[in-house]
Every structure is written in structure tokens, then in C-alpha cells.
Design a protein around this ligand. Structure first.
Ligand code: KG4
Ligand code: ZN
Length: 341
């Protein structure tokens, strides 16, 4: 079964062709991030305008790379949410129009669930359930018990910032470009991760919940002085920045790892699947391997950690096969779309 996956939740316009949920024939991405850089975050209006410009060319490119014509596609999977309304509307309208014109079904999928599925898309990745699912992205940070594809129980999620959001905000404080995650990873490589003693937040009576907002504020105070503001002058030297980046990164990751270790023990889980943009971070991957030798850990294959159409197509294949039914043309985008109801 050949599935076209369309992803336009944020600032990436992506299209991919995946065969039988696993074999990626093409995975094309056009990002409007450079346009948003000057604003220090995604400018929603500009993002939707860029999606409108890029969507048809990127789908054509995905078909061309896969050496297929659009008439050979069996199903269209599209990210229905969560994401920016204007951005979601472009992808969803395009999927509906194509479905109507080509007389093939379309199915809306949850973009965050697709991030988890991305970790199952490695060629030799086995499906071992129940498993711990970890999403670390720019919009979400949570742990779930995965009972099967499409079946999840929430273990804990962030009560304030997502981890990627914290990376992006700390990056701005360190004068790094947007999105800052990869720049923090790079800067941290030569830094001393034990120099600054930051702490990730604890949430009362919720041992698996995350809170990164206090950690971000501690970094702000380290850079601008106690009770400093974003606009205050910096009290650190240029060479201190790498130590701040390394200390912040380690603190955030160890928090995810500690909670994951506890969840595995409490819920008797057999494997870990980690997805979302932050799972691209090689230091995160090395820490997980270091602290979790006893349990198989699966990360998305290259190119599938950040937003992409392949994970949408792959998950869409499984969800469609459960019911053999596509969605109706009145399917609405969902800016918030819980994974576990
Ligand atoms: O999953 P994603 O592409 O979009 C969302 O659904 O949010 O994640 C984007 C987030 C951004 O916050 C970005 O800074 C972060 O992932 N990110 C990283 C790295 N690469 C991307 N964070 C830390 N280290 C990285 N190497
Ligand atoms: Zn994402």
C-alpha cells in the first residue's frame, strides 16, 4: 500500500511516500524557519503563507523522488493536529482536495503520535509492547505507556514548557539562532556540564510530570544575575556560555532519564521508543544508552526525528488498516489534540 504523508503543523512543509507503513520511498521537507528566525519563534501568519507556496511543489517532489505518479497512491495521511491553525488548514485542505480528485481515501493523524511511531520505523526495529513512549519536541514533553500502535496511557507530561521550547528559550538568552536546540547541543560539546548547578522542576504529587520553566529561569539568572530580566545586561563572559549550555542540557536530559527509569520499573515496560525534534540530540542518545543498558531503546532513523511526512504516512497506514475507513471531508484541524483521551 502506497501512502502519501503530508505534514504542515508548524513551520515545516513536508511530504513523503511510504510503502506498507515502513519503506520510505521519499521524504521531502521545506522549512520556513529562516523566515521566523528574526522573530525568535514561529510567526503563524508567515508560516501558513509559506505552506501555501510550498505544499504542491513538495508533494510533486516527493512523488518524483519515489518515481511514482499521483494515480499510484492508495491513501493520503495528513497531520490533523496539534499545531497552528492556519498551517494545519493548508495541509488538511490539500489532502482533502487530492482525495476528492484522485478518488482515494484520506486519514487525519495525530502529529505527536506520529513522532512516537517514527521511533518504530527503523528497518530492524522490533515492536516490543508494553513499552515506554517518550516524546521530546518543541511543543510536547511526555511519557506514555504504549500498549500497541494506537493504544496509549499517559504516565506524565509537562505542566509548563516543552523541553524543546526550553532549549529554544535558553538559546535566545545565549544569543543563538532559532530554533536553538541544535545550537545548544553544538555549544555544549566543549562546555563543562558540572559547572552550573541547575535543577529541573518537581511537581507535587505527580512524580512523572515535567516542569522546565523554573530551569529556564535559573539559566536566566545565571546569565543576567539574580532576579535579572531578559532585557538586563549579561553578567557572564562569552566563554561561560558553553558551560551554561552544557549544564542546562545535562540537567534537562537527566530529568527525562530519571523519570523514564522509574516508569519502566513501576509499569514493567519492555522497551523505549523516543521521538520528537529533541531526540535528534546525540548527547541525549548517548546518555540514554549510558543509563539504560538493560532495556532496548529505539530512536527515529535519520531524518525522522524532526517534523516530517514519513512518520505521518507510516502511522496513517496502521490506523487506516484497523478500520479500512478514511475520514470524511468535514474533518476539522485540531490545534490541540490529546493523544490519550
Ligand atoms: O518535533 P519538532 O520538529 O517540532 C515539534 O513538533 O515541536 O521539534 C522541534 C524542537 C525545537 O524546539 C528544536 O529546538 C528541538 O526540537 N531540537 C533540538 C535538537 N534538534 C531539534 N533540541 C535539542 N537538540 C537538538 N539537536
Ligand atoms: Zn513535531
Amino acid at each position: 500500500m502506497l501512502v502519501l504523508g503530508i505534514e504542515t503543523t508548524c513551520d515545516e512543509t513536508a511530504a513523503s511516500i511510504v510503502k506498507d507503513g515502513l519503506f520510505i520511498l521519499s521524504n521531502e521537507i521545506s522549512s520556513s524557519a529562516p523566515i521566523h528566525e528574526q522573530y525568535g519563534g514561529v510567526f503563524p501568519e508567515l508560516a501558513s503563507r509559506e505552506h501555501a507556496n510550498a505544499i504542491i511543489p513538495i508533494i510533486d517532489q516527493a512523488l518524483k523522488k519515489a518515481e511514482l505518479s499521483k494515480n499510484q497512491i492508495d491513501l493520503i495521511a495528513v497531520a490533523q493536529g496539534p499545531g497552528l491553525l492556519g498551517s494545519l488548514l493548508i495541509g488538511l485542505s490539500c489532502a482533502k482536495s487530492l482525495s476528492l480528485a484522485l478518488k482515494i481515501p484520506f486519514i487525519g493523524v495525530n502529529h505527536v503520535e506520529a513522532h512516537l511511531y517514527a521511533a518504530m520505523m527503523g528497518k530492524d526495529t522490533p515492536l516490543l509492547f508494553p513499552a515506554l513512549g517518550i516524546v521530546v519536541s518543541g511543543g510536547h514533553t511526555f511519557l506514555v505507556k504504549i500498549e500497541g500502535i494506537g493504544s496509549y496511557k499517559l504516565i506524565g507530561s509537562t505542566i509548563d514548557d516543552a523541553i524543546g521550547e526550553a532549549f529554544d528559550k535558553v538559546a535566545t538568552l545565549l544569543d543563538l539562532p532559532y530554533p536553538g536546540g541544535p545550537y545548544i547541543e553544538q555549544l555544549a560539546k566543549t562546555g563543562d556540564c558540572n559547572r552550573y548547578h541547575f535543577q529541573a522542576g518537581k511537581v507535587k504529587n505527580k512524580p512523572y510530570a515535567f516542569s522546565f520553566s523554573g530551569l529556564k529561569t535559573s539559566v536566566l539568572y545565571a546569565i543576567k544575575g539574580a532576579n535579572g530580566q531578559k532585557s538586563s545586561h549579561s553578567i557572564i563572559q562569552e566563554e561561560d556560555k558553553k558551560d551554561i549550555a552544557a549544564s542546562f542540557q545535562k540537567t534537562a536530559f537527566l530529568d527525562v532519564i530519571t523519570k523514564s527509569i522509574n516508569a519502566i520499573a513501576e509499569f514493567d515496560l519492555k522497551a523505549i521508543y523516543i521521538g520528537g525534534g529533541v531526540s535528534n540530540n546525540l548527547y541525549l542518545r548517548s546518555l540514554f544508552s549510558l543509563y539504560m543498558k538493560e532495556i532496548p531503546i529505539f530512536f527515529p532513523p535519520k531524518g525522522l526525528s524532526l517534523d516530517n511526512g514519513a512518520m505521518i504516512a507510516g502511522l496513517g497506514y496502521h490506523l487506516f488498516n484497523k478500520t479500512k475507513k478514511g475520514d470524511l471531508l468535514d474533518l476539522e484541524p485540531m490545534t490541540r489534540m490529546p493523544l490519550v483521551l
